[in-house]
Design a protein around this ligand. Structure first.
Ligand code: ASP
Length: 341
């Protein structure tokens, strides 16, 4: 009898120990992307690849450090994206692509899953870190989306760092615009504008981040220069809540990258969340359905990243590559470029 009591005491105390450990190790994690597109090994050098992997690693580690210390998913998303915006490698902030007038118009959006609060800016020309301006729209204005010179003025009033439009320019993107304009005038006469691979190749580099913090709060953000040679103040999916960015604590946080016109029409980020909410699909199955059965069937291409409330992470694409990385609470890091990695 005594033995039985001792045994049940031991079992009870070890169960308490296990549940203590579970409480002591809350789930958190984050996923990032640096754009999806025709990223092929044959067009890549080892040196270039290493540069991309290094910035992706640096960026995700900043976000991981914030989450590990108990920081919010909002802060992790903002600071992680800031690193990629400041890198000339990506099509966001410095190094963004040029529009048809050889100037740069930046789009960004942010959403938090707890309150469904959101903010977005489009067509800004002087805000060094557009994702920070999108967050300010959510926090300090009664609106969700600001555009053009008004958005620039708002960011200035809020004390965000303002730079001259030349700050964003890089030689690589100036050359890309020239090439795309040449190629698009040829393909327009051949009526092949929509399927020009070269034009598509010049697009990638949009950045995004999704995060789950130890409090169970999700957040998502996306920042981009849009598409090379875009005209007439074109706005893509990146600043559109529900298309480029979506977060809901009931389901997931999503950031998209790809051919914006298709991502807007298929409302990609919200559609993934809706499939989870109404059809109880997993984040992976929901993303597969939207990218391969909706976007692809319309003729669009691109990718998405996501994280759900349990910390399950997803990176899905229908392009040959997507710059991407993920990191879970244990610190396990994966950095990938090609689809088949
Ligand atoms: N989605 C962006 C846009 O259409 C571009 C990209 O992600 O590559 O503006």
């Amino acid at each position: 009898m005594k033995k039985l009591i001792l045994l049940s005491f031991l079992i009870t105390t070890s169960c308490v120990e296990i549940s203590k450990k579970e409480v002591a190790q809350p789930k958190f994690g984050l996923v990032i992307h640096g754009g999806a597109g025709t990223i092929l090994r044959k067009n890549m050098t080892l040196e270039k690849e290493e540069k991309y992997r290094a910035v992706l690693t640096e960026a995700i580690q900043v976000g991981y450090g914030i989450l590990k210390k108990g920081g919010s998913s909002q802060e992790a998303v903002e600071k992680t994206i800031n690193i990629m915006e400041d890198s000339p490698l990506f099509n966001a902030g410095k190094g963004a692509v040029l529009n048809s007038n050889a100037s740069i118009e930046l789009d960004a959006s942010f959403m938090e899953g707890k309150s469904l609060g959101a903010g977005a800016i489009s067509g800004v020309k002087t805000v060094k870190n557009p994702i920070s301006a999108a967050i300010k729209v959510m926090e300090a204005s009664p609106h969700v989306m600001l555009s053009g010179s008004g958005a620039d003025a708002f960011a200035n009033e809020q004390g965000l760092e303002i730079v001259s439009p030349e700050y964003f320019l890089t030689e690589r993107r100036i050359n890309a615009l020239k090439e795309v304009q040449k190629a698009s005038s040829i393909s327009k006469t051949n009526h092949k504008y929509q399927s020009n691979d070269f034009i598509n190749q010049q697009r990638y580099g949009t950045v995004g981040c999704v995060a789950l913090d130890i409090f169970g709060n999700l957040a998502a953000g996306t920042s981009t220069g849009g598409m090379t040679n875009k005209k007439w103040n074109r706005i893509g999916d990146a600043p559109i809540i529900g298309a480029g960015t979506y977060a809901n604590n009931a389901t997931c946080a999503i950031s998209s990258t790809g051919w914006g016109e298709f991502f807007i029409r298929t409302v990609v980020a919200h559609d993934i969340s809706a499939l989870m909410e109404y059809k109880k699909l997993s984040i992976q199955d929901a993303a597969y359905e939207v990218i391969h059965n909706k976007v692809a069937k319309l003729g669009g291409d691109g990718g998405v990243i996501g994280i759900d409330t349990k910390g399950n992470m997803m990176m899905e694409m229908n392009t040959p590559g997507m710059y991407r990385a993920k990191m879970d609470a244990s610190g396990k890091l994966e950095v990938k470029i090609y689809e088949d990695e």
